[in-house]
Design a protein around this ligand. Structure first.
Ligand SMILES: [Zn+2]
Length: 212
């Protein structure tokens, strides 16, 4: 006759990556309130239960922490932006002076999904950014800037993915010959911003293949 029921209320919905069925899905975040019922009628509150995130595809319930994971779509766009950040940092560190390096950067950007990227666009961007630098003092190769740009992604990427990003930068720097001092400094900063251990950064940079 008496029992405890949980009444769920949906408080939010959106897209998330469902670890249950492994893909970008819709979710509903529900909060629950336990109620003592007698003859099917709620008579007293018995406290709140922890909020759940319910996948609309597989109906599995997850803890709210699943929402900290970016969706696959979001991750892909963060990756694309990271390639952009890496390429610009290397170009700003001196690579932009060489046409081969600029073309290598264009290649990286196109492969990352910026299909309309060309040399002129990159140069325009760099000019605009250096004008901005002159007024704000911000620098494309500043560690805090790079950290801010790359850390949200770094937190979700496996070491191999973070190393691949650094190697893209290394290839741009190496396109016109050995690393210049500034390029090397920018790449080390990128490595730190990507949370790659310093020893690994040195090793990766030393082993990066020069483009023929
Ligand atoms: Zn699911």
């Amino acid at each position: 006759m008496a029992g405890v029921r949980t009444a769920w209320t949906t408080v939010e919905d959106g897209d998330f990556f469902c670890p249950g069925c492994g893909g970008d899905r819709n979710y509903e975040r529900r909060v629950g309130r336990r109620r003592l019922t007698v003859l099917g009628l709620p008579v007293a509150t018995r406290g709140e239960v922890e909020a759940v995130v319910v996948c609309s595809s597989c109906d599995r319930h997850h803890g709210p922490e699943v929402l900290d994971q970016p969706t696959t779509t979001r991750l892909a766009s963060m990756l694309r932006d990271a390639v952009h950040t890496v390429a610009l940092a290397v170009l700003a560190a001196g690579g932009a002076r060489s046409r081969t390096a600029r073309l290598a950067a264009v290649g990286s950007m196109r492969a990352a999904g910026f299909t309309a990227c060309d040399e002129e666009q990159l140069l325009t961007l760099l000019v605009a950014l250096s004008a901005d630098q002159a007024t704000t003092g911000a620098d494309l190769t500043d560690e805090p800037e790079l950290r801010q740009a790359l850390e949200p992604l770094s937190a979700h990427l496996a070491p191999a993915g973070r190393e691949a990003l650094l190697l893209q930068g290394a290839r741009i720097a190496l396109a016109d010959g050995p690393y210049e001092e500034e390029e090397l400094a920018a790449l080390s900063t990128l490595g730190r911003a990507l949370r790659i251990p310093v020893a690994d950064v040195d090793q990766l940079l030393a082993a990066a293949p020069e483009r023929s």
